[in-house]
Design a protein. Structure first.
Length: 147
């Protein structure tokens, strides 16, 4: 009902813009991908609010711990909820050089605001395949359906 190829392309472009800003070490451009009241829950568990704070904090990271890293992002799914909201699930990794594995997952809530798609929220987590395999072995009902 809400599927629209131009919107899907715009959403993919938004995620790509954020990835490119990361690769350039450009905190301001990274923050500009987020709404003014966005929430970013990082892999470390830090919670940032608003595109300006997200951009400034990431600039500090790009200038230190994340200096010279690139972000690899694979979009697993985009699910629309109304004309102006979507959930984007990705697998990815930040690394110096080429990422050897995509061990982190991120769930983005993206919204259309004033005609432009922006990230309203993102939450990142580490994929733990051994823990997952143990769970599936001993509790097969925990295995998700294949998409």
């Amino acid at each position: 009902m809400y599927a629209n190829d131009s919107d899907t392309t715009a959403i993919r472009s938004l995620i790509e813009r954020s990835r490119q800003a990361w690769g350039r070490g450009d905190g301001a451009a990274y923050g500009a991908c987020f709404t003014a009241d966005a929430t970013d829950v990082t892999y470390a568990g830090t919670v940032y609010h608003g595109g300006d704070e997200i951009g400034a904090a990431h600039q500090a990271l790009f200038d230190s711990f994340l200096k010279g890293t690139s972000l690899t992002v694979e979009i697993l799914e985009i699910r629309r909820y109304g004309a102006d909201t979507a959930i984007v699930v990705t697998r990815g990794e930040s690394a110096r050089g080429e990422a050897k594995k995509l061990g982190k997952l991120a769930t983005y809530t993206v919204i259309r605001e004033s005609g432009q798609w922006l990230i309203a929220a993102v939450q990142k987590t580490r994929h733990k395949p051994i823990m997952e395999a143990i769970s599936f072995k001993f509790q097969p009902a925990t295995r998700p359906a294949v998409h």
